[in-house]
Design a protein around this ligand. Structure first.
Ligand SMILES: NC(=O)c1ccc[n+]([C@@H]2O[C@H](COP(=O)([O-])OP(=O)(O)OC[C@H]3O[C@@H](n4cnc5c(N)ncnc54)[C@H](OP(=O)(O)O)[C@@H]3O)[C@@H](O)[C@H]2O)c1
Length: 242
């Protein structure tokens, strides 16, 4: 798909992957609108090239108003990228933190999807940023991983269900990316890539109308092998150190 002239809304663009992707898509000739809660970061990114539409995706009515504003600003919508996300390592299982992950990663994504389906019908694309963390359970990632697994399932169901309505769905499974989200992590993050490198791979995936991309390539191998590892071996491999 030629990106020149495409009207693209990036939700979760005030930092990290979303911000880098906004720059990459702008450079490829797309008309970009950027959203997140931090308006000043969005304005710094956008300059006079992108539309800025601040929103908190946990607020469903606000997301619907933001989607309408994006359509006004861009003159329509061809592609939405859902990159907003929340991650906190659980030291002890904690239902309140679990709920925060659900509110942003799942309910927030659902609010955005509900708002854009009528706008994309005919020839549109939904790009959902999930994670390889959604492929198998890992200690400390109970809440984040569960929401990322649910996103993978949700996006696949939408891909099948929305195809007859002319909407493609791309599921993105990044490995580790060097962003604000990972900056406090105290564990090894193998094969980490930069946000601009992640953005390039996502922009390429959109251009090729792919259904699913995993990066970097080492994580592509992990994604293929992880489901095959027997449960007891998985538990031994990732057993927390005392
Ligand atoms: N970094 C990684 O290693 C990695 C790996 C796999 C997948 N991912 C996924 O990639 C996506 C982007 O993460 P990132 O690494 O780029 O992290 P990031 O720099 O922390 O970006 C997260 C974005 O989400 C926005 N956001 C959070 N809560 C929001 C809310 N309630 N309403 C609207 N926007 C909200 C943040 O903006 P505001 O704070 O301004 O609202 C920010 O723009 C996430 O879905 C993440 O799970 C990241």
């Amino acid at each position: 798909m030629e990106l020149t002239g495409r009207r693209i809304w990036i939700v979760g663009a005030s930092s990290g992957i979303g911000a880098a992707l906004a720059g990459a898509l702008d450079a490829r000739g797309a008309h970009v609108a950027v959203s997140a809660r931090r308006e000043s970061a969005l304005r710094d990114l956008a300059g006079d090239r992108m539309a800025v539409v601040p929103v908190d995706i946990t607020d469903g009515p606000a997301v619907r108003r933001a989607a309408a504003q994006v359509v006004d600003e861009l003159g329509g919508l061809d592609i939405v990228v859902l990159s907003a996300g929340y991650w906190k390592q659980l030291k002890e299982f904690d239902a309140e933190s679990f709920q925060q992950h659900l509110d942003v990663n799942l309910s927030g994504m659902a609010h955005c999807i509900e708002a854009v389906i009528p706008l994309l019908e005919g020839a549109g694309m939904i790009v959902g940023i999930s994670s390889v963390a959604g492929l198998r359970g890992l200690p400390g990632s109970e809440a984040y991983g569960a929401t990322k697994a649910a996103q993978i399932n949700l996006l696949e169901a939408l891909r099948v269900g929305l195809a007859p309505r002319g909407i493609d769905v791309l599921t993105v499974l990044p490995g580790f990316v060097d962003t604000e989200m990972t900056s406090d992590n105290q564990f090894p993050m193998p094969f980490m890539v930069t946000a601009p490198a992640a953005a390039r791979m996502i922009a390429d995936g959109i251009e090729r109308r792919q259904a699913r991309i995993v990066f970097p390539w080492q994580m592509g191998i992990f994604a293929k092998l992880a489901p095959l590892v027997p449960d007891r071996l998985w538990a031994r491999l990732f057993k927390p150190k005392p």
